[in-house]
Design a protein around this ligand. Structure first.
Ligand SMILES: Nc1ncnc2c1ncn2[C@@H]1O[C@H](COP(=O)(O)OP(=O)(O)O)[C@@H](O)[C@H]1O
Ligand SMILES: [Mg+2]
Length: 659
């Protein structure tokens, strides 16, 4: 703003300026620094092969040769180049009429060349033949109006701090463009115009263009390099394509379920543990069914609850528990009996229709004997136990009922007593709760997993919170059609209860062989595929509509690498953890042993502190150690004198032991 105008604004009543006053304000304005002065570079040097603006060198390339065929996103290597580049594209629509006239002339020329070759007995130039074919196809499409015609210009400016760097990067850019079958040239002697062409002004000072039809032009659109970065959610990993972060909030999708498939050891549990850990920080409650005891150390380290479900453990779950929540148009008891049917089929094996009918009557009678009926007010009473069902079956007249009772007997009297035949005595109170079935026999695991899942589902319905339910090694459940049905029903209804179900499996065959398994996949907004085995890749490719490239990626990926599908987005992902997270989630036995060894060494050092003991082995930043060792003021005499100030001090109980 001119100063005199500014002064006038300050004092609107002021008389118009006299000639002398105007001169003064001009003199004053001449000495004022404007925005232009502030942002302008100190100097611009235009050389024949670069421009130097301030201390930065710039070189602009233009493209004269283009490949014959291009695919979608073919310019992505340029866009994702590892150095800042300024890229400008100019698209000029052209009248089809003029182009058609030109094309006709060109086609006639090329046909004449070919005819002449034939007449003279020469071999036809294949380049001319190819160009003729292209021109004819284009002519055809333009006439029909299928394609439109454009002129396209592509310019790339490379900034660099020094001339050497400029030369090196120019070479790299040229070879990248070369690998795309593009032919770039330096805008020699026109560097200033060329540089201005790539400024965000939208003016093409060079006008070096090439013909393109609509399809080819569409494929040059460079920003299809997929990225999945939202403002909310947790980080899943790094986008392998362009190095961006994959940040995603599964609760923003139509359902919050996810499936993770990969061969054993590909990093499924690792990735899901990281997700759980990161989601916890945003107030999501996490419940895990862990058949392999892989989540124990994580649960212990973050103050979660780890419930081992086996004969000796005090934790009990009664399959007959009712949620006690009454919902409009839902018959709670009816649903429970349906779910018990599924459970009992997993427990007892196949049932004939007659046996099924008997079980149904027996279940109704069992609940009724405890005063529980479809009336919701009765459903707060103490639920029956497995032995009540057993007694109900024994008491029935049908001969098959006896057989059914026999099949149930081992759970109420025999070897398996005490695990499925007691009232539930626990609740999910912790924000991170893990149920383990590792200590159960292999054939009991699916039963226990079903039972636990049912228990969790009851609790989830009771008290709605943002939750993740992780079922690791879900193929245990998928082996049984009834458990698979149950998983599917949870996947379908989870959204209503603010629950995200994570289904993890290494046995893709087992999951996908089953219609319910496939339905779980379609009911999961997020699908994560890590390394696959050659045996299962075709099945996976079929279910997830993978391209050949994606198939190869999954066969060749390393641990923690794969593809992340979220709705319509696919990104190649690499799962990474910080060092502290890694220490919490790894199951690598070598690393675990090393960590245990380290912590033992340190504990030993506290017990017998000797001056020779190398101080370097003490690493207070090791997460396991920080969990266990609370620094306290020095107490014991022999440990104070020769220790550096930052040395962690013995824990009180260790010191007491010594005294
Ligand atoms: N992204 C990763 N970075 C580093 N190590 C990993 C990664 N994913 C997995 N691992 C390591 O690979 C091993 C197998 O991982 P795990 O998650 O147990 O496999 P899965 O559950 O698929 O069988 C573990 O020792 C784990 O620490
Ligand atoms: Mg695992």
């Amino acid at each position: 703003m001119k100063l005199n105008k500014f002064i006038n604004q300050l004092n609107p009543n002021k008389q118009p300026q006299t000639g002398q006053e105007e001169e003064w304000s001009k003199a004053l304005a001449a000495g004022i620094v404007s925005v232009k002065d502030i942002i302008a570079p100190p100097a611009i040097e235009v050389d024949f092969d670069f421009v130097k603006i301030g201390s930065t060198y710039y070189r602009t390339l233009f493209v004269i040769g283009y490949p014959r065929y291009v695919q979608a996103n073919w310019l992505s290597p340029l866009i994702n180049f590892e150095h800042t580049l300024i890229t400008s594209m100019f698209v000029y629509p052209t009248e089809a009429k003029g182009v058609l006239d030109d094309l006709k002339r060109k086609i006639t020329e090329m046909e004449a060349t070919i005819t002449a070759d034939i007449q003279h007995g020469h071999v036809i130039d294949p380049a001319v033949q190819a160009a003729l074919d292209d021109a004819q196809v284009l002519q055809d499409e333009l006439v029909k109006g299928q394609e439109r015609f454009f002129q396209f210009g592509l310019y790339v400016t490379i900034p660099a701090e020094s001339l050497e760097e400029l030369d090196t990067i120019s070479k790299q850019v040229e070879s990248t463009l070369g690998s795309l079958s593009l032919v770039p040239k330096h805008a020699t002697l026109q560097m200033e115009e060329a540089y201005k062409t790539t400024l965000p002004e939208g003016t093409d000072h060079l006008y070096i263009t090439r013909n393109m039809d609509t399809t080819s032009l569409a494929t040059t659109f460079p920003f299809t390099s997929s990225s999945l970065t939202s403002n909310t959610g947790v980080m899943y990993g790094i986008n392998e394509h362009n190095g961006s972060l994959v940040i995603f909030d599964r609760f923003t999708q139509e359902n919050a379920n996810s499936v993770v498939f990969a061969k054993s050891g590909a990093g499924k549990s690792y990735m899901v543990k990281l997700e759980a850990l990161r989601s916890l920080m945003f107030g999501t409650e996490v419940i895990v069914i862990d058949p392999e005891e892989e989540y124990k150390s994580l649960a212990e380290a973050i103050g979660g609850e780890y419930i081992s479900f086996d004969f000796d453990s005090p934790a009990k779950i009664n399959p007959f528990d009712l949620s006690g929540v009454y919902e409009e148009d839902e018959n709670e008891l009816g649903l429970k009996i349906l779910s018990l049917h599924g459970f009992l089929k997993v427990v007892m094996g196949k049932l004939t229709p007659t046996e099924d009918a008997i079980i149904d009557r027996a279940l109704v009678a069992t609940y009724k004997a405890k005063g529980i009926t479809p009336d919701p007010t009765t459903q707060k009473k103490e639920p029956p136990l497995m032995e009540d069902l057993y007694k109900a079956l024994i008491g029935m007249e049908e001969p098959q009922a006896k057989g059914l009772a026999d099949r149930l007997e081992k759970f109420v009297k025999g070897s398996l007593i005490g695990i499925f035949n007691q009232q539930s005595n626990m609740d999910i109170k912790n924000t991170f709760t893990v149920f383990s079935v590792k200590n159960l026999e292999e054939e009991l695991r699916p039963i226990a997993m079903h039972l636990i899942l049912d228990f969790i589902w009851t609790r989830v319905k009771n008290d709605i919170k943002k939750r993740l339910l992780i079922v690791d090694e879900a193929w245990y459940m998928m082996q049984h059609a009834d458990s698979a049905t149950f998983m599917y029903s949870i996947a379908k209804r989870a959204r209503k209860y603010y629950l995200g179900l994570t289904t993890i499996s290494q046995d893709v065959e087992d999951v996908l062989a089953n219609d319910y398994g496939k339905a779980i996949v379609t009911n999961s907004s997020i699908q994560i595929l890590l390394k696959q085995s050659p045996a299962s890749i075709d099945k996976i490719a079929q279910v997830f509509y993978l391209s050949e490239g994606e198939k190869h990626l999954l066969l060749a990926s390393d641990v923690g690498e794969g593809i992340f599908f979220a709705g319509p987005h696919h990104v190649a992902i690499r799962v990474i953890a910080s060092a502290d997270e890694h220490a919490l989630v790894t199951t690598n036995p070598k690393e675990l042993l090393e960590m245990r060894q380290k912590s033992e060494d340190v504990l030993k050092q506290f017990e017998e502190p000797t001056p020779e003991q190398p101080q370097a082995t003490v690493q207070p930043q090791e997460p396991i150690l920080t969990e266990q060792i609370q620094p306290v003021p020095p107490i014991s005499q022999n440990s104070t004198g020769n220790q550096p100030a930052n040395q962690p001090q013995p824990t009180p109980n260790l010191t007491q032991n010594r005294q």
